[in-house]
Design a binder for this molecule. Structure first.
Ligand code: COA
Length: 339
């Protein structure tokens, strides 16, 4: 963000539903085992939203906490960006529903669709508005209720996903801190590898689409795995190079939480010790766009993030999409900017 106003994260918040679905619960639902799931993915349990809970409800809980941490009121928000593949409905956007719940009357609101990379696309977009001076405070939420599009008869997918929301309030920070670089990428030719086939304009909802299980998430796991390992590494390299930093200058890696083996490959590649990587997928599984902001919020709460630390966020997902961001951490607002 050279030559522009520095932008950082002023506060974070997260929310995960109360209901826990463990690997042992899944053993009773499909032909799987705790041993298989833990050894192949690292996941032990995940959270499941209540039938009456939609994505905007989870987003609301996370957003309230992030605003309080940032010491920014809902009325001070200029824009709300919600990254999700499980919106409450096709339209209005979940961001508009959240704007109403928060009473953020002055804020514009839009949803952003980049699957598990959604939070990274969201913060990259938000940061531009603030860096160029158009806006001061932008709320970015990654939220998913993936349990609502997961087929609990399909062992290939149902063991992987969970529900949750993570939020961040972005605003101007003092000189020398904030986002140093971004990297976003997409390869639409791999779109079929991870998708929700029906319910859009290609295959509108019908009794046939429901009978054929086309309203459930579909995934080619092996191919997504290879893609994920590749782009985790290349996107991390890219943000380091753009920021002019070396590998050993990473203080904390906050990766997308899809599979422990994917995270481990990046950790090995960048020579990071365990204390420099945030891993919470054992408790939440893959929460898609919510994974990175929930992991970040937990790391902040645990005191693992200090002023001046170099944080790398990196993720990948449906689209196919990928992205990374490098943030020199400070939650101190730029002087006079918190109006
Ligand atoms: N329990 C038991 N067996 C299972 C299973 C489960 N929950 N899910 C799949 N299997 C079986 C398959 O049926 C297959 O059996 P087969 O060989 O008889 O056909 C076998 O396990 C697949 O084994 P393998 O290919 O060695 O699995 P894997 O090591 O690739 O792990 C994933 C599978 C899905 C965990 C892994 O590919 C993965 O994590 N992919 C990336 C997924 C991802 O990150 N998606 C989200 C991106 S944002």
């Amino acid at each position: 963000m050279k030559g522009l106003r520095p932008v950082g994260i002023l506060g974070t918040g997260s929310y995960t539903p109360e209901r826990v679905l463990s690997n042992f619960d899944l053993e009773k639902m499909v032909d799987t085992s705790d041993e298989w799931i833990v050894s192949r993915t690292g996941i032990r349990e995940r959270r499941i939203s209540a039938p009456e809970q939609a994505s905007s409800d989870l987003a609301f809980e996370a957003a309230k906490k992030a605003l309080a941490k940032a010491n920014v009121s809902a009325e001070q928000l200029d824009m709300i960006i919600v990254a999700t593949v499980t919106p409450d409905m096709s339209f209005p956007s979940t961001a508009c529903l959240l704007q109403d719940k928060l009473g953020a009357k002055k804020a514009g609101a839009m949803d952003l669709s980049a699957a598990c990379t959604g939070f990274l696309y969201g913060i990259t977009t938000a940061a531009q508005f603030i860096a160029n001076g158009l806006y001061k405070h932008v709320l970015v939420v990654g939220v998913e209720t993936l349990s609502k599009i997961t087929n609990y008869k399909d062992r290939n997918t149902c063991v992987l996903f969970g529900d949750g929301a993570g939020a961040a309030v972005l605003g101007p920070v003092k000189e020398g801190y904030g986002f140093q670089s971004f990297e976003l990428g997409a390869d639409g030719s791999g779109g079929q590898l991870l998708c929700l086939p029906a319910g859009g304009s290609r295959i509108p909802a019908s009794t046939e689409s429901v009978a054929n299980d086309l309203h459930y998430l579909s995934m080619a796991g092996g191919e997504v795995f290879k893609f994920a390992v590749r782009v985790m590494n290349s996107a991390t390299e890219a943000v380091l190079a753009k920021a002019g930093l070396e590998r050993d200058e990473i203080d904390l890696l906050v990766p997308h939480q899809a599979n422990k083996r994917i995270i481990d490959s990046a950790v090995q590649r960048f020579g990071l010790s365990e204390d420099k990587v945030v891993v919470n997928l054992d408790r939440y599984g893959n929460m898609s766009s919510a994974s990175i902001p929930v992991a970040l919020d937990e790391a902040v709460a645990e005191g693992r993030v200090k002023e001046g630390d170099n944080l790398v966020f990196v993720g990948f997902g449906g689209g196919l999409t990928w992205g990374a961001a490098l943030l020199k951490w400070s939650t101190t607002p730029a002087e006079g900017s918190n109006a």
